[in-house]
Each structure stands twice: as structure tokens, then as C-alpha cells.
Design a protein around this ligand. Structure first.
Ligand code: ST9
Ligand code: ZN
Ligand code: ZN
Length: 306
């Protein structure tokens, strides 16, 4: 069923000339090289390179979750300048579009979830919502509705606007060159092995962890807060995406800095990070939902059949 939908979606795009072949080719190369990187990881990559690649990659994930998502897209909390710079740096390394664009697409996703105006509309099937949406032209409704959004908070944020202005230069350098130099210089790692591990494999893993929120957590899982929408609660996604898989909750209460009702730190590493930042005073005004509001909403729209 899902496969049928994917194949027919792809076929109709193919014949209407809407496939963006540049992206198809780039993502294909990226995935083929990442398979080679995986083989190296199992055989010849130095353990220090692995530790560096894993730790650095894991940290950059916070640039998406605590940064692009909870700070900039939803304004769940406020952050002082050093934290905004740090999160912007991490998000830049993930090479997932400038914050301005990332946030704009995400806001339109929330406002028009799973309709034509949603960039990764999950009613178009698993593959489309996962990565297919980056391989084809956007539905015109995404652009029309996106242009109506208020993005003045981003336009007034010097960190976001600086990144937007220089993104095409700084992002490839920070994401695809600098990380490879570290194991090469400090651990005498072979430069190519260092590159495929710390740049290509790291990038592919972060992309799929992020994309899983739009695909897996819009298809599989339960709906304790609103049974009438597609987003679900999915623990596997929460683990790989630092707490962003409690997605039924998140779509109902997008302003909650925890993006979850319960979510201990193990399944919500972004909440752990934001709490830590609040302790040192770099994050403040953390917003969350009151138990009473939560109870009422669950009673009204929650799915009690699971
Ligand atoms: C990537 C992003 O992967 C992933 C985001 C996922 C979000 C998930 C969120 C879930 C929660 C957080 C989870 C975190 C988990 C983290 C785990 C960590 C361990 N509104 O875009 P164009 C305008 S990126 C208003 O070219 P096309 C636009 O301004 C990966 N306007 O559309 C422009 O106008 P103008 C790397 C909009 O031609 C015009 O429309 N990147 C909007 O249809 C054309 O824009 C890639 O792979 C809007 N929403 O092309 C591909 N959108 O000219 C990058 C557009 O006036 N993208 N406009 O400026 C592309 O190549 C293209 O965008 C395209 C569409 C081919 C996809
Ligand atoms: Zn969603
Ligand atoms: Zn969101």
C-alpha cells in the first residue's frame, strides 16, 4: 500500500518533470559513500576517530532539536546570545538548510499538517514524508501559505540573519571540511577515512534521525492527546531524535520546551540539554503545559483505545 503510493507518486513526478535530479544524484552519492564509511567503521577506522565523529555528530543534533526546532521554530524558551551562537553553529554543521528556511518550512508544517501546504505531507506516503519531499519541487500551496507566515522574529535575530547571509560559504566548510581535519591532524587518521566517517556518515545519520520525525512519527505509534491527527508517540524516534518522537503531544502543544508530557532524559536528550542551559543561565522563560490543561485535552481528544 505504502509502496504503491510511493511508486505512483514518483512516477507522476517523473513524468511531470518535477523531480530535482541534482538532489537525487547528490543524495544517492551521499548514501553510497556512507555505505563505504560504514564498512570502514567496522574494519579500519581508528577508535579515536569514531569517538570524535560520534560525539561531535551527537552534539550537532542539539542544533536541530534544542536550536532550530524548540528555540527558533516554536520559541519554547529564550536563549542568551552565546547559546544562540552555539546552537546556530551546531545547526550549520548539520547542513539542513539555513535556520530561516528550516523554521519557515517547519512552521508551515505545523500550521497545515498533512495537507498540500505541508512540505512533507505524510498523506503522500512514507518515502515522500521521509526524504522524497527534498527530491521534488514543492507543492504550490507550501509556498503560497508559507509566504503568509510571520517570520519577523527571525528577521530581527542577528544570529539567524548572519547565518542566512553567509550560509552557502560557511555551511559546506563547517560541515564537509573542518570535521575531517580533526582526526587527520590529531590522530593521524587517513584523510579520506576521516572524511567519510566524520562528514558523510555523520551527515547521513543525522538526516535520517531528523527525517524519521516527519515520516515514522507521522505514521506509527499511539495518539494519547489527539486521535484526529496523524502525528504519533514513538519511542524509537524519541531515542534517535532526542525526544522529538513524542510527536502527537508536540503537535498538540508545540510551545512546550520538553516536546513531551513525561519524557525522561534518556528519551529526551534535548530537554536535558535545555535544562542544563537553564541552570547556567543561558536559557530562560522555559514554557510548559499545566497538568490541568493537559488533562482536559486528553479527555477531550485523546485516543483511549490503545
Ligand atoms: C533537510 C531538512 O533535511 C530537514 C528538515 C526536517 C524537519 C523535521 C522537523 C521535526 C522536528 C525536529 C526533529 C529533529 C531531530 C534531530 C535529530 C538529531 C540527531 N514558505 O525551496 P525552493 C519559496 S535539508 C514560503 O527552491 P522548490 C522560496 O523562498 C537537507 N516560501 O522550492 C523560493 O522563493 P524565492 C539538505 C517558500 O523549487 C521559492 O519558494 N537539503 C517556502 O520547489 C522556491 O523555493 C536538501 O536536500 C515556504 N515554506 O524546490 C535540499 N518554501 O525564489 C534542499 C519555498 O522568492 N532543498 N519557498 O526565494 C531544495 O533543493 C529545494 O528546496 C527543493 C524544492 C528541491 C526541495
Ligand atoms: Zn510533525
Ligand atoms: Zn515542531
Amino acid at each position: 500500500m505504502l509502496l504503491d503510493k510511493t511508486v505512483s507518486n514518483l512516477a507522476s513526478k517523473l513524468f511531470s518533470g518535477q523531480i530535482v535530479w541534482r538532489n537525487v544524484v547528490l543524495l544517492l552519492i551521499l548514501h553510497v559513500v556512507s555505505l563505504q564509511a560504514f564498512y570502514f567503521v567496522l574494519t579500519i577506522t581508528k577508535w579515536r576517530t569514531l569517538i570524535f565523529g560520534f560525539t561531535f555528530g551527537a552534539l550537532t543534533g542539539q542544533g536541530i532539536t534544542a536550536g532550530a526546532h524548540r528555540l527558533w521554530a516554536h520559541r519554547c524558551y529564550k536563549a542568551k546570545l552565546p547559546l544562540r551562537i552555539f546552537l546556530c553553529f551546531l545547526q550549520t554543521v548539520t547542513l539542513q538548510n539555513p535556520l530561516y528556511e528550516w523554521v519557515r518550512d517547519h512552521r508551515v508544517h505545523h500550521k497545515y499538517t498533512d495537507t498540500n501546504a505541508d512540505p512533507h505531507n505524510a498523506t503522500r506516503g512514507f518515502f515522500f514524508s521521509h526524504m522524497g519531499w527534498l527530491l521534488v519541487r514543492k507543492h504550490p500551496d507550501v509556498i503560497t501559505q508559507g509566504k503568509k507566515l510571520d517570520l519577523s522574529d527571525l528577521e530581527n535575530d542577528s544570529v539567524v540573519m548572519f547565518q542566512k547571509k553567509y550560509y552557502k560559504i560557511i555551511a559546506p566548510v563547517l560541515s564537509l571540511i573542518v570535521p575531517a581535519l580533526i582526526p587527520w591532524y590529531f590522530f593521524e587518521e587517513d584523510l579520506y577515512i576521516s572524511w567519510v566517517t566524520t562528514c558523510v556518515l555523520r551527515y547521513v545519520i543525522t538526516l535520517h534521525s531528523t527525517w524519521a520525525v516527519n515520516s515514522v512519527a507521522h505514521i506509527w505509534g499511539n495518539k494519547p492527546y489527539d486521535k484526529n491527527i496523524k502525528p504519533t508517540e514513538n519511542i524509537a524516534v524519541s531515542i534517535v531524535a532526542y525526544g522529538e518522537g513524542w510527536h502527537n503531544y508536540h503537535h498538540v502543544f508545540p510551545w512546550d520546551y520538553k516536546a513531551a508530557e513525561l519524557g525522561n532524559y534518556r528519551t529526551n536528550l534535548s530537554t536535558a540539554f535545555i535544562d542544563l542551559m537553564a541552570k547556567i543561565g543561558w536559557a530562560y522563560d522555559l514554557k510548559s503545559v499545566s497538568p490541568e490543561m493537559l488533562r482536559q485535552r486528553k479527555m477531550r481528544t485523546g485516543d483511549w483505545d490503545y
